[in-house]
Design a protein around this ligand. Structure first.
Ligand code: GLC
Ligand code: GLC
Length: 650
């Protein structure tokens, strides 16, 4: 590591040398809009020292480092200056209020464009629905050009600048972004930057034999090097076989493909890749995307002898992109998708890396508590691991389009006397319905016979027991399943951070097994929880409280409204409290003198909490449950019905 003082001086000298060159290159633009140029150079000056340090570490040993640096800055300048006026205004608003995303108003939703509304126009027509639900954040899953047949649900991108023609056009996307924004909804889109599809122009050029494009990816002439790497790699999609490399007979080469064989990992050791992907990233920002979901962040850097996950350079790349966003599109935020060990998840979260992050640990442990009817691991892990940088926020979710991976820490489990390996086997058996008495109807995903590992697919409702209960026509079980669905949502709505709803879950969507007859999907059980939105049926019944859909939707909407009225449900501090009851999860939220206490019963039995204990957490002698409207005094004990949760204020 070079000496920090030396680096600082180098940064200074470099900027002094590069600025006039940039000024010359952008003379026309600077003359046309001197204020914009000044804003650009101010932001550049503020962010350059850190950016230089990162890029120097990543690419400083290249003989043409300064050439690449200049290309990177020129890209930032060009894209920053080309930013539409409305977005420049947004940049300024957000610079004045950088923590806007921590507001209790924030509620997220995520969906596939085609499955939810047909196409981008359809999504535009659903804005009233998003508002009815209370959404302020909408994640549209990959909507870019991608291979016709297999494309991993769009996560194999063939062009970051073209919308999949079946869904619409880039102009329509830009229009939609603006329309959403004017309705108080931020557009979130994936930046699938670990890999491109094998049909991306760069991949095609590589296939046609151009060595400079082959350098965009990780390619090997024979198995020697891949075999060396493979020894320390984890199989992400073991079902597909052949480890992390794919042989391409057209190229006579092995290509690094962490995920599916048609998803080629980009080579970020090549500064050209960094620069070109920067341009794609800023292009999306200029279309009006406010938050980029950084897909598969863990895998973007490789080093022999390591698992090639979560390497320090992966963090540097994201931080460098973050610094460049501060320069060219400052309102842009990053959300990290790191579905890895909780110690690693947390390392992506900081104002200079990803301001937002999925919270896979909370998600997995909510499901764990439903299965075991115990909250010990949930309480322990949230006590130890929920706190993050106060300038950031968790994105808390119950389900998304992916499988559920049991990414809790084995060390945490061991402290509670639980063997992680055995426990994961139990969870997989429970949620695939193989465990006696299980209410869940899920499917295994990527069972790995070598390691005994597996993950779980299935919709929230099917995993929570609704599918089984409906099939058996068991009213009691239907009621319990509805309560489980609401219970899990109640936690993500009240624990702090941004709650994210996988659209369809708000009306209890069940598994859809029809993917099995589509050869492009049959082998990937995640499709079981990716059905078409049923606007004529399930969603049409959402306002009828006599239906299951209406019960879930009505209650969920009410919870969302409550959340949006109480700042303490999102901002400030969360502290897990001992409830002296292994079945009841409890936490206090504090914000500017307000206090709110949450208790959640994770069993189908009634549970009792001594009211006096509640008072110990700073509430007075009588408190009101925001959810039921009931008032309880310390004279009585607090009884929680099966799966009941309370949000207490005094
Ligand atoms: C992300 C996506 C997942 C996809 C993978 C490869 O994890 O969420 O659906 O399979 O990346 O892009
Ligand atoms: C792995 C990856 C994650 C991806 C998932 C898809 O868990 O870590 O990025 O979403 O696989 O199944």
């Amino acid at each position: 590591m070079p000496n920090p003082l030396w680096l600082e001086r180098q940064a200074d000298l470099t900027l002094t040398r590069l600025l006039p060159r940039l000024e010359a290159a952008f003379r026309r633009e600077a003359k046309a809009d001197p204020a914009a140029w000044e804003t650009f150079t101010t932001r550049l000056g503020a962010n350059f020292p850190h950016l230089f340090e990162l890029l120097h570490h990543l690419y400083g040993s290249q003989y043409d480092f300064f050439y690449h640096l200049e290309q990177i800055l020129a890209t930032a300048a060009r894209m920053g200056l080309a930013r539409p006026a409305e977005l420049k205004a947004l940049d300024e608003t957000r610079e004045r209020d950088p923590l806007w995303f921590q507001s209790q108003q924030m509620v997220g939703g995520v969906c596939y464009v085609d499955l939810f509304a047909g196409d981008l126009n359809g999504i535009g027509q659903k804005i009233p629905y998003f508002k009815e639900l209370g959404l302020t954040y909408l994640h549209l899953m990959p909507l870019f050009l991608s291979p016709e047949e297999e494309n991993d649900g769009g996560y194999a991108v063939s062009s970051y600048r073209e919308v999949n023609p079946a869904l619409g056009t880039m102009d329509e996307l830009a229009k939609l972004a603006g329309e959403l924004r004017r309705n108080g909804i931020s557009l979130v889109v994936d930046f699938v930057f670990n890999h491109t599809s094998n049909e991306h122009e760069w991949a095609r050029c590589a296939q046609s034999g151009q060595p400079n494009y082959q350098d965009y990816y990780r390619m090997f002439d024979d198995r020697t090097v891949p075999d060396q790497y493979q020894q320390s790699l984890r199989d992400i999609f073991p079902d597909r076989g052949s480890g992390s490399f794919t042989y391409r007979p057209d190229l006579h080469k092995w290509v690094w493909t962490t995920f599916y064989t048609f998803q080629w990992d980009l080579n970020y050791a090549n500064p050209v890749v960094f620069t070109r992907m920067l341009e794609e990233m800023l292009f999306l920002a200029n279309v009006g995307v406010e938050i980029l979901r950084l897909d598969a962040v863990a895998f973007i850097w490789k080093q022999m002898g390591t698992a090639c996950e979560n390497l320090p350079e992966a963090h540097m790349i994201i931080q460098a992109y973050n610094a460049l966003a501060r320069i060219a599109a400052p309102s842009l935020l990053f959300k990290s998708e790191a579905i890895v060990h909780p110690d690693e998840v947390i390392r992506y979260i900081s104002p200079s890396e990803c301001q937002l992050s999925y919270n896979p640990l909370l998600m997995a442990l909510l499901w764990n508590s439903l299965a075991t009817r115990e909250v010990r691991m949930l309480a322990y892990s949230m006590r130890e691991r929920f706190r993050i940088d106060p300038h950031c926020a968790w994105v808390n979710y119950v389900r998304v389009h992916d499988d559920i991976g049991w990414t809790f820490s084995d060390e945490d489990a061991a402290r509670l006397g639980i063997n992680g390996y055995d426990h994961r086997r139990f969870l997989n058996a429970f949620y695939s319905g193989r465990f006696p008495g299980s209410f869940a109807r899920g499917l295994p995903f990527q069972e790995n016979p070598r390691t005994g590992d597996a993950r779980i697919s299935g919709t929230l409702a099917s995993l929570a027991g609704l599918e089984k209960a409906l099939q058996e026509g068991d009213q009691t079980e239907i009621e319990l399943a509805v309560r489980r669905i609401l219970l899990l949502h109640s936690v993500i709505l009240s624990i702090g951070g941004i709650p994210l709803i996988y659209l369809g879950d708000e009306v209890g969507t069940l598994n859809d097994y029809s993917y099995r007859s589509d050869p492009a999907k049959a082998k990937d059980s995640r499709w079981v929880h990716r059905p078409f939105a049923d606007w004529e049926g399930r969603l049409a019944r959402r306002h009828d409280p006599n239906t299951v859909e209406g019960r879930i939707y009505g209650e969920l909407r009410r919870l969302i409204e409550l959340r949006q009225q109480h700042a303490a449900l999102a901002n400030g501090e969360m502290e897990v409290i001992p409830t002296n009851n292994d079945h009841v999860f409890g936490y206090v939220r504090r914000y500017q003198g307000q206090r709110l206490l949450v208790l959640a019963n994770f069993t189908e039995q009634e549970q009792t909490i001594a009211a006096n204990e509640i008072r110990l957490h700073g509430l007075s002698y009588a408190f009101t449950d925001l959810v039921s409207g009931r008032t309880v005094t310390v004279a009585e004990d607090l009884r929680l019905e099966p799966y009941q949760f309370v949000w207490l204020v005094s």
